[in-house]
Design a protein around this ligand. Structure first.
Ligand code: G16
Length: 564
């Protein structure tokens, strides 16, 4: 049957500006009449002339509203002359898997349905993000173009009679005629391409021997926690089926749920407490790892829940890449981190003579450097780690990388960290998050900081807390010039740098769906004193950070929601 598209009149919605990583709002907002339709049409409009005849990858973490959103995308894409959609079975793709598929199939891009680590379910968050042809998140130029479209949209195109009901429930290829053109929807297994990629990167036989044990070595007892998010399907394939992990003892919460079982699928010490407690309570566990809803974040802990900060995780991997076959084959071309991430990796880069980049918060800022062949490994304090194998951060990759290091060094997580600090010194790091603050109050606090750092006597001032004094050497609002395309990103976070190398950074999160989340990042470097508890070590600097920002006065908050 030849289907016809129609044009539907609409009006713009306010606030469809993509944040750090896509548009994230409450599900009920996406459910408003035409809200999702408008945004999808604007994405396609922003792709311009490349859209006609293109192929797009579509899928997400399976959270509530994924299926409805996919049905809308299919009908709008068909009407807009897209030639083909590659969609995950049941709508499931992890964010790293989408990135991989875009690259494997060499297609124009993808639409990822996720609000990442934000809670899901009908009362919580949904999100839509766009990836471009290198597999990475759309850069500012593309998201700005989408936002401009959302402010002026008057109509969207739709194919009302294209039957989408249960389409994603079965794998296979479906071909339609829409306005006389062929339109193809291919429903694929979400894991095949990604598992193949991981097999090319890592030595699966060695990892299997590590997890199962050999004649010479006892099994290395892992607990991998998918937090009811999308990684469950990949964890089953990779850890259970390929690497021989025990389905009851070595993996947990591996069935993706559309509300993540009412938990906050964010792998940190607060929201992944379940994993932390299990590893603490059971001394036979050597290792624990958790992922977020869409599978791009990771948290690593060792025996007795010894916590590895993401900044340290990045530095340790940078120091040990030779035990991962991918890097032997592809070489190592440079490292990068986001600005608030502690500079532990910088010291490794210096020792190895590697180029090192500091970019704003957001994985999208790494893409150009990777495409230019100048960046192999990067990470962010927000539990993101990855390499140039794709253009997204990759939780499962990070865990396989850690297991490769452990297999190679034959040391525990804690031993590896302690050895690293003994060689390089230690960047103590913590982040205080104040979630769902009043937006006006948070903005006022940032304005106060802007004024303060601009005042003529700020640099040189000394603040004291718990008998420790810190003298301000420099203060600014971070801006970045992309070394490849020279694009400029301004106002990326207020930095206060002290004469002893310590740093305080203040940012408003760009991933929340309501109110404002204030992030206070605290970082200090010690060459000798490397074995103190980080919270104890950083307490005076935290107090200075709170004094400078007057956070309590502006927000009324006594304590952070999350400390990592
Ligand atoms: C996204 C971005 C990351 C960023 C993180 C936190 O992660 O991809 O690059 O570090 O948000 O951003 P913010 O501090 O603005 O909340 P995800 O996992 O949410 O996609």
């Amino acid at each position: 049957m030849d289907l016809s598209s129609v044009v539907i009149q609409t009006t713009p919605f306010e606030g469809q500006k993509p944040g750090t990583s896509g548009l994230r709002k409450k599900v009920k907002v996406f459910m408003e009449k035409n809200y999702t339709e408008n945004f999808i049409q604007c994405i396609l409009n922003a792709l311009g002339s490349k859209l006609q005849g293109c192929t797009l990858v579509v899928g997400g973490d399976g959270r509530y509203f994924t299926k409805q959103a996919i049905n809308i995308i299919i009908r709008i894409a068909a009407a807009n002359e897209v030639a083909k959609l590659i969609i995950g079975h049941l709508g499931i793709f992890s964010t790293p898997a989408v990135s991989s598929l875009i690259r494997t199939h060499k297609v124009l891009g993808g639409i990822v349905l996720t609000a990442s680590h934000n809670p899901g379910g009908i009362r919580n968050d949904f999100g839509i993000k766009v990836n471009i042809d290198n597999g990475g998140p759309a850069p500012d130029s593309v998201t700005d173009a989408i936002y401009e479209e959302t402010k002026k949209i008057k109509e969207y195109k739709f194919t009302p009679k294209l039957e989408t009901d249960r389409l994603i429930d079965n794998m296979g290829t479906h071909t339609y005629k829409v306005d006389g053109r062929d339109f193809v929807v291919e429903i694929i297994d979400p894991t095949t391409d990604y598992v193949n990629l991981m097999k090319q990167i890592f030595d699966f036989q060695k990892l299997r021997d590590l997890i199962r044990g050999t004649d010479k070595r006892p099994p290395f007892n892992v607990l991998i926690d998918s937090m009811n998010g999308v990684t469950g399907v990949y964890v089953r394939k990779i850890f259970v089926e390929e690497l021989g992990a025990h389905p009851d003892n070595n993996v947990t919460r591996i069935v993706p749920l559309d509300n993540f079982g009412e938990i906050h699928p964010d792998p940190n010490l607060t929201y992944a407490k379940d994993l932390v407690d299990k590893v603490k309570d059971n001394p036979t566990y050597d290792f624990g790892a958790a992922f977020d809803g869409d599978g791009d974040r990771n948290m690593i802990i060792g025996k007795n829940a010894f916590f590895v900060t993401p900044s340290d995780s990045l530095a340790v991997l940078a120091n040990n890449l030779e035990c991962i076959p991918y890097f032997k084959n592809h070489g190592i071309h440079g490292f990068a981190r986001s600005m608030p991430t502690a500079a532990a990796v910088d010291r490794v880069a210096k020792k190895l003579g590697m180029e090192m980049f500091e970019v704003p918060t957001g994985w999208k800022y790494f893409g150009n450097l990777m495409d230019a062949g100048r960046l192999s490994l990067c990470g962010e304090e927000s539990f993101g780690t990855g390499s140039d194998h794709i253009r997204e951060k990759d939780g499962i990759w990070a865990v396989l990388a850690w297991l490769s290091v452990i297999e190679h060094k034959k040391m525990s997580v804690e031993e590896i960290l302690k050895e690293h600090w003994s060689i390089y010194g230690r960047n103590y790091f913590t982040r205080y998050d104040y979630e769902e603050c009043d937006s006006d109050a948070a903005n006022q606090m940032m304005t106060h900081l802007e004024k303060l750092i601009a005042s003529s006597d700020f640099v040189g001032k000394t603040y004291t807390a718990s008998k420790k004094s810190y003298t301000i050497e420099k203060a600014d609002n971070f801006s970045y010039v992309d070394p490849i395309d020279k694009s400029v990103a301004k106002n990326q976070g207020i930095r206060i740098l002290f004469s002893d190398g310590s740093r305080l950074i203040y940012r408003l999160s760009g991933t929340g769906s309501s109110g404002a989340t204030i992030r206070l990042y605290i970082d200090s470097y010690e060459k000798e004193n490397v074995f103190t508890d980080a919270q104890v070590m950083l307490k005076p600097l935290v107090d200075v950070g709170l004094e400078i920002s007057q956070l309590k006065k502006f927000t009324g908050r006594d304590a952070p929601t999350v400390i990592t």
